[in-house]
Design a protein around this ligand. Structure first.
Ligand SMILES: C[S@@+](CC[C@H](N)C(=O)[O-])C[C@H]1O[C@@H](n2cnc3c(N)ncnc32)[C@H](O)[C@@H]1O
Length: 216
């Protein structure tokens, strides 16, 4: 089945340090091959998947703030993966595992139903052109996939600075029978570190919207 991917392969300059981190640290911190065993991956700690961590700013801060939760941090963007690996090593974080690849593929093929305590996606690519909306992460088929992998009471937390996408997210998420909005509409800005894309959005004067849904 050919999939409509949520990302556009882009090249970024990988620094020597990042390349070294990819070579030496990825084998150590990568999500182990095969099915994700959420019960044992972090020694029994609940597992949250972060889709599209970018440079990993939120990943690192959230991992440090909540060592009782394990984070699978996924991104396809090589420089960011190198950067995050370096941070995990430097800070000695034992609650982050990295997927250098497509989080959707991981969810579809390697994660059991009800396995995750949470899924987060901060500032997913907005794909503003109408003909690209089919690439959005928050679209009906992927929201159903995400919801199925959450355990009961598991949390889906997304944020965007692109108002038309925020409105579309609300519509798609409200329509998913396995999810209920934890708030009436937008969520308050929860404990969530400022990321590169949020900063850029704020500099452009964009309103930032958080949405939080609970698996029924
Ligand atoms: C706009 S950036 C936001 C990055 C970061 N969360 C932030 O707020 O700065 C979106 C990121 O999602 C990644 N991405 C998109 N689809 C993905 C997928 N299916 N699996 C993994 N990463 C994905 C992209 O490579 C990109 O780094």
């Amino acid at each position: 089945m050919s999939e409509i991917r949520t990302f556009h392969p882009r090249r970024g300059r990988v620094t020597t340090t990042q390349a070294e981190a990819l070579r030496t640290l990825l084998p150590r911190y990568a999500v182990p091959a095969g099915r994700v065993d959420a019960a044992t991956l972090f020694g029994g700690r609940p597992v949250v998947l972060e889709i599209g961590f970018g440079l990993g700013h939120a990943t690192v801060e959230m991992a440090r703030a909540d060592p009782a939760t394990g984070i699978i941090a996924a991104d396809v963007h090589t420089p960011g993966v190198g950067r995050l690996l370096g941070e995990i090593e430097a800070l000695g974080l034992d609650n982050v595992r990295v997927l250098h690849g497509d989080a959707v593929e991981l969810l579809r093929e390697r994660v059991d139903d009800g396995a995750l305590a949470g899924v987060r996606a901060f500032f997913p690519d907005p794909w503003p052109k109408a003909r690209h909306h089919k690439r959005r992460l928050v679209r009906p088929d992927l929201v159903s996939l995400i919801a199925s992998r959450l355990r009961t009471d598991g949390i889906l937390h997304v944020a965007t600075d692109w108002e038309p996408y925020a409105e579309a997210m609300l519509e798609v998420l409200d329509a998913e029978p396995l999810l209920r909005n934890a708030y009436e509409r937008w969520a308050p800005r929860l404990e969530r570190p400022l990321t590169k894309f949020e900063r850029t959005g704020l500099e452009k004067g964009h309103e930032v919207r958080d949405l939080v849904y609970v698996r029924c």
